[in-house]
Each structure stands twice: as C-alpha cells, then as structure tokens.
Design a protein around this ligand. Structure first.
Ligand code: SF4
Length: 172
C-alpha cells in the first residue's frame, strides 16, 4: 500500500491552532476515527491555505464580500475582506495556489476542508456582512481545487471522502 499522501486535509481539522482566532477545529467521534486511520496510514497532507498565503495567526476574520463565492474572487468579480475592511484577496489567492501545488506534487485527487471558511468552505460560506449569516457557496481554495479536478469534501462528509478513497483503491 502506498504511503505517499493521498488526501489534503485542513490543518485546523487536525488540531493545529491556525484559525483566525488562534484555535483549532478538531474533529470528534467517527470523523476523528477516520482521520486517525488516514494519519496512521501516512495518507494526510495537512494544509492551511490562509497561512500558506502568508497570513498570520491570529488574524482578523475575513469573508468574501457581497455574498459572492470563491469562483467570483478568481474571476476578479469579488474580493475577500477582513473585518477591518482590508482587502486580503491576494494572500487568499496565493494560499489557494500553493494548496493546489501541494496536491499536484503528490498526485492528490481528494481534499477534506473545513466547512464555512472563506478559503476552505465547500458547501457554505459567510455572506460578507460579518453578521454570522451563512449562504450556499465555496471558499477561494475549495473553488480553485475543484477547478483543477480535485474533489472537495468537508468534516461533515468525511465518510464520503473515505468511501471515495476505497472506491479508488478497488479501481486499481
Ligand atoms: Fe482551517 Fe482552512 Fe481556515 Fe486554515 S484556512 S484555519 S485550514 S479553515
């Protein structure tokens, strides 16, 4: 069995304190058991796109402005701003590019990224109003990975990602 990484995983889901407020978002229960199995197999490539893009921890919270999503940021139609009003689109884009580079270096086709984040969200993000309002959408890194053929799951769909890996094994 290969021991090279097979899955990108958000660092904060692995217990690394890299979120904007300096804390982690570790998984529990069945999700953690899956992560532990992947970790023991040497399959995980941890990544925090925002830290990879050069942002510090802690950092001001950021959202994609005006209820737009990650693809709009890539198209230059929307910006990522922090709660001071600063435009942080450039480090978000750079971090997403570095995330894809890591995946491509290892031939990784699957990612599990933290839901709700302006970088990592794959099904929901915040609407840019800093009022805690969620909308359907994806973050900057999740959108970039999907544009390049990588399947993106979240901590809520870890079991699906695990099934996807198993089916990839059975195809070989
Ligand atoms: Fe976690 Fe992604 Fe936010 Fe980094 S950018 S703290 S990996 S959700």
């Amino acid at each position: 069995m290969s021991t090279s990484p097979r899955i990108l995983v958000s660092s904060c889901l692995l217990g690394h304190p890299v979120r904007y407020h300096g804390r982690a978002a570790p998984c529990e229960g069945d999700a953690n058991a899956i992560l532990e199995r992947w970790r023991a197999a040497g399959w995980i490539a941890p990544i925090c796109p925002e830290v990879a893009g050069g942002l510090p921890t802690p950092r001001p919270p950021a959202e994609i402005a005006h209820a737009a999503g990650g693809n709009a940021v890539w198209q230059g139609l929307a910006r990522v701003v922090d709660d001071t009003g600063a435009d942080v689109s450039a480090p978000f884009l750079d971090g997403a590019r570095r995330t894809l580079t890591l995946a491509q270096r290892h031939g990784i086709r699957i990612a599990v990224l933290k839901e709700g984040s302006p970088s990592c969200g794959s099904a929901s993000i915040y609407d840019g109003s800093f009022t805690g309002t969620k909308i359907a959408g994806e973050g900057v890194a999740a959108a970039w990975l999907r544009q390049h053929g990588i399947e993106v799951f979240s901590e809520h769909t870890l079991a699906l990602a695990d099934a996807r890996l198993r089916s990839a094994d059975s195809d070989q």
